[in-house]
Design a protein around this ligand. Structure first.
Ligand SMILES: Cc1ncc(C[n+]2csc(CCOP(=O)(O)OP(=O)(O)O)c2C)c(N)n1
Length: 669
């Protein structure tokens, strides 16, 4: 059976590296199981090479998948996917799993438009037991499946593989707490590589490091086990005492006492690169009932020296590289590239923090991704990586704000979804002036649906005591951050996308941007465009092209989704029959919706009277352009904008169709 339900045409394999002699015969876990145990090392090596070969040509997540090659092979050798459910937390480490479960020949298309997803995805394969992308969900999902299997009486097994980074997420602990108590048959494999994307942080990380590195600890543990072994050889009473003593001592001094206290049997730490011993351990664990945690120690980037050396850099690669040296193979560019919005944010924050000593900042585990590192280096006691803990990050910011600090919470749009209650309950209701710098707003590209920042405007717009703004360009981003840094009446969300800004020349100083005020970019007669955020660049481009043809399309950069610039909207209402709103966000509840809500209640007659206009009875016909009400898959940002019709072509077509409509109605009237 081909487990792939949809996907790209597989006819062109020219970009597919040649699999090794064993891997070439593996199209499913059943094929893997045909290998003798003695060949598991060889197949692991081939799998690792295949990942290196493919990612070196096409880019993608890298270090995490290399680190779990042996674990992947052992899991598929011992368990029976898809009857048994293998759930990868986050899922960026599941490349080996994809390759062993029928997707080897399509793996070249990983993360490309209409190609394989970079994460496990239920619609892609029956072997992808649970869709992932955000972290710390695997134990909850595994417990749900284990309970269902129990109710259905199937006896199928459930395994969750979770990294030490993902384990810092609160949901993982909620699930451990529940699973240990419910006493269900779940195996949690803690893949401990001491890394998140950046170095893992926090007390749990220290705890795990103690377990895996303390020689004294391990020696004492071995001595205690020896001692208990003697006790066990004695009679029944002695055995009971020994067992009690064992629990007491192990809880106090042996590794895993934390997990034991949650009701899990703890095993480990074991070497995650010894495939034979992993296989044996998993076979043993398969017959042990109840909640179990196997602590596996791995090296992120294992088997590729540059990735082992620089683990953060090699978490993911966006372009081809030499598969021996790791050197980038992208053509050297002489073009001066525009800075990323992230970097503009990072630099502006340091400058603002230099002037305003109340400024503090935090990121939930994305110091590199969000470009918070400059602030963390410049002001180590005022900038914090709080781990994968979005809810905590938001309330932590609220706590700082409650004590008069100006907290800049750098957070991806998609991950702020996790902190929504905290934003309402801890920030907005208490009117605390936290600034949310919402990164990766809009479609993000190759990471796809789990990562698109599609919904933030919709879920934020309903929240009182919150300003929502988005800059047209990097200069405005800096100025919005400055304006927000001096505003203490309410919270403020500034959304900006992943990737390059416009490349404009920036002023050194900061200037305030009037709150709730948009800006006319270009005058026009025929049609008006009201854009929100950097996607307005497409409007700039299209309006220019129309102007060259003698058609003047007006363009307003609205800057604020909340409060709306109603004065500007009134002006637009009196002047134009058609208004197109454009945003890189879900159209349901988004910026365009805000405009629609405003126009729906606008009394045009009295507006015309007030402004002594002889204009009309109706607000303009609204054309809302944004992300449609469906899941948007992965591809480049531009491919996705074009697919949903909000790229320059889509915008141009929309304008053309309105102009054609206008001509017909003018002609017939
Ligand atoms: C809720 C959430 N926050 C942040 C991220 C971004 N992210 C992706 S992978 C990762 C690190 C995960 O570390 P770990 O679980 O230890 O896996 P490793 O990459 O080390 O194998 C982070 C922070 C995410 N996917 N989900």
């Amino acid at each position: 059976m081909d487990p792939i339900n949809h996907m790209v045409d597989n006819s062109s394999l020219e970009y597919t590296p040649t699999p090794g002699p064993l891997l070439k015969n593996i199209q499913s876990p059943a094929d893997l199981k045909k290998l003798p145990k003695t060949q598991l090392r060889e197949i692991s090596d081939e799998l690792r090479q295949f990942i290196i070969d493919t990612v070196s040509m096409h880019g993608g997540h890298f270090g995490a998948s290399l680190g779990v090659v042996e674990l992947t092979v052992a899991l598929h050798y011992v368990y029976n996917s898809p009857q048994d459910s293998i759930i990868w937390d986050v899922g960026h480490q599941a490349y080996g799993h994809k390759i062993l479960t029928g997707r080897r020949d399509k793996f070249y298309s990983n993360r490309t438009y209409k190609g394989l997803s970079g994460f496990p995805k239920r619609s892609e394969s029956v072997h992808d037991a649970f869709g992932v992308g955000h972290s710390s969900t695997s134990i909850s999902a595994a417990l749900g499946m284990a309970v269902a299997n129990d109710l259905n009486g199937t006896g199928d097994k459930v395994v969750a593989i979770i990294g030490d980074g993902a384990m810092t997420g609160g949901q993982a602990f909620e699930a451990l707490n529940n699973a240990g108590f419910m006493n269900k048959d779940v195996l949690v494999i803690l893949n401990d590589n001491n890394m998140s994307i950046d170095p893992n942080v926090g007390a749990l990380n220290e705890y795990l490091a103690d377990i895996t590195s303390s020689k004294t600890f391990n020696r004492v543990r071995d001595e205690i086990y020896d001692l208990l072994g003697h006790f066990k050889s004695a009679g029944e009473t002695m055995r009971r005492i020994a067992s009690k003593l064992e629990s007491a001592i192990t809880a106090a001094v042996t590794p895993g006492s934390l997990f034991r206290s949650f009701g899990f049997k703890y095993y480990g730490p074991v070497d995650g690169h010894d495939v034979d011993s992993l296989r044996k351990t998993l076979e043993d664990l398969k017959s042990i009932k109840g909640p179990k945690l196997l602590h596996v120690v791995t090296v992120k980037g294992k088997g590729f020296a540059p990735a082992e050396r620089e683990q953060t850099k090699w978490h993911a690669q966006s372009s081809p590289f030499d598969k021996i040296t790791g050197k980038s193979l992208s053509a050297p560019t002489i073009k001066i590239t525009a800075p990323k919005y992230q970097d503009v944010f990072g630099e502006a924050l340091v400058q603002l923090a230099q002037k305003n000593e109340q400024i503090v900042s935090m990121t939930p585990a994305m110091p590199s991704g969000s470009s918070l590192l400059p602030m963390m280096h410049a002001f180590p006691d005022r900038a914090f990586d709080v781990g994968i803990a979005e809810q905590h990050a938001v309330t932590f910011a609220a706590g700082l704000a409650a004590q008069g600090k100006k907290a800049f919470c750098a957070i991806y749009s998609t991950f702020l979804q996790r902190g929504f209650d905290q934003l309402v309950h801890d920030v907005a209701i208490q009117q605390l002036p936290v600034v949310f710098c919402i990164d990766r707003a809009g479609v993000v590209g190759a990471d796809g649906p789990t990562h698109h920042g599609a919904y933030d405007i919709s879920y934020l717009r309903a929240v009182p005591n919150l300003i929502i703004s988005s800059p047209l360009n990097e200069q405005d981003l800096r100025d919005m951050m400055f304006t927000a840094s001096e505003y203490n009446e309410a919270a403020w969300a500034i959304r900006y996308p992943r990737g390059a800004s416009t490349g404009m020349i920036l002023r050194d100083n900061f200037e305030k941007i009037a709150i709730g005020k948009g800006k006319k970019i270009r005058d026009g007669e025929a049609i008006a465009l009201a854009t929100f955020g950097p996607i307005g660049k497409y409007a700039v481009e299209v309006c220019k092209a129309y102007a060259a043809k003698g058609i003047q399309v007006a363009h307003y950069d609205m800057r604020y989704a909340k409060p709306l610039d109603t004065q500007l909207l009134n002006e637009i209402a009196l002047k134009f029959d058609h208004l197109i709103t454009l945003e890189d966000a879900a159209v349901v509840g988004g910026f365009g919706s805000a405009v629609a809500e405003y126009y729906a209640t606008l009394d045009m007659d009295s507006l015309a009277e007030t402004l002594s206009s002889e204009n009309k009875n109706y607000p303009p016909r609204l054309h809302m352009m944004g992300l449609p009400d469906r899941i948007i898959e992965h591809g480049t940002q531009r491919e996705l904008h074009d697919e949903v019709g909000i790229g320059p072509d889509g915008l141009q077509k929309k304008i053309a169709s309105i102009l054609a409509q206008k001509k017909i109605s003018e002609f017939s009237s």
